[in-house]
Design a protein around this ligand. Structure first.
Ligand code: ATP
Ligand code: MG
Length: 197
């Protein structure tokens, strides 16, 4: 058999395997995706999913559990196409470290998240950086787990942030851990518009 024929045979066998697996994946429902780890690419992945959904005319909503008035190119773009955002904000608490203010802001952001996580008309919900709220215990883990589990059956959710809590990973359908091999910042390169925010 020629090299070309061998290659063709191998590819055919592979195609059959893939086709078989595709035929086996018949269930249709929303999924819970977790993008965690220390490498760059978690939030960009979450926003990529929201852009993908919006591009198909699906409804997506975003809660950003970030402090301060963080500029964000993807927010400016996605709001223009009607994706609602709730940004936690809280002013400049990285500087003041006021725990009560943080908890109030986190609770408010989570309340908005819950409204979207109960709304079957929303196809995709992004909970950007929510993992830190659980790490600091600013929001209740049991409430988060219960709300995620009871969300509308066709709704998908993306959770991003480092050190995702085990309980969230356990109930997720897809979990990716972004591992850092290198980061430009470590070589002294400044974070930049369009790349980092
Ligand atoms: P991105 O928003 O670029 O996808 P991310 O969501 O994976 O990043 P975060 O932990 O949310 O990462 O950090 C946000 C900011 O920190 C971004 O400006 C990002 O470039 C930067 N960053 C991410 N990972 C690292 C790292 N390993 N070292 C230094 N800076 C990082
Ligand atoms: Mg992020």
């Amino acid at each position: 058999m020629s090299e070309q024929d061998k290659h063709k045979k191998r590819m055919q066998a592979q195609k059959e395997k893939v086709d078989e697996r595709i035929a086996q994946a018949t269930e249709e429902r929303g999924i819970l995706i977790v993008i965690t780890g220390n490498g760059k690419g978690k939030s960009t992945s979450g926003f990529g999913t929201v852009a993908r959904a919006a591009g198909h005319g699906l409804k997506a909503a975003v809660v950003q559990f970030v402090k301060g008035t963080w500029p964000c190119g993807e927010r400016d773009l996605l709001q223009q196409v009607g994706v609602p955002f709730h940004v936690m904000g809280t002013g400049f608490t990285w500087e003041t470290q006021d725990k009560d203010t943080d908890i109030k802001a986190a609770t408010k952001a989570w309340e908005q998240a819950k409204i979207w996580l109960n709304d079957p008309s929303i196809d995709v919900v992004l909970l950007d950086e929510i993992t830190y709220m659980l790490t600091y215990k600013y929001i209740d883990l049991d409430d988060v787990i219960e709300t995620l589990q009871n969300r509308p059956v066709n709704q998908s959710v993306v959770v991003t942030g480092r050190a995702c809590h085990r309980a969230v990973i356990d109930i997720a359908d897809t979990v990716s851990e972004v591992q850092s091999r290198k980061h430009a910042f470590d070589a002294g390169i400044k974070a930049q518009k369009g790349i980092d925010w």
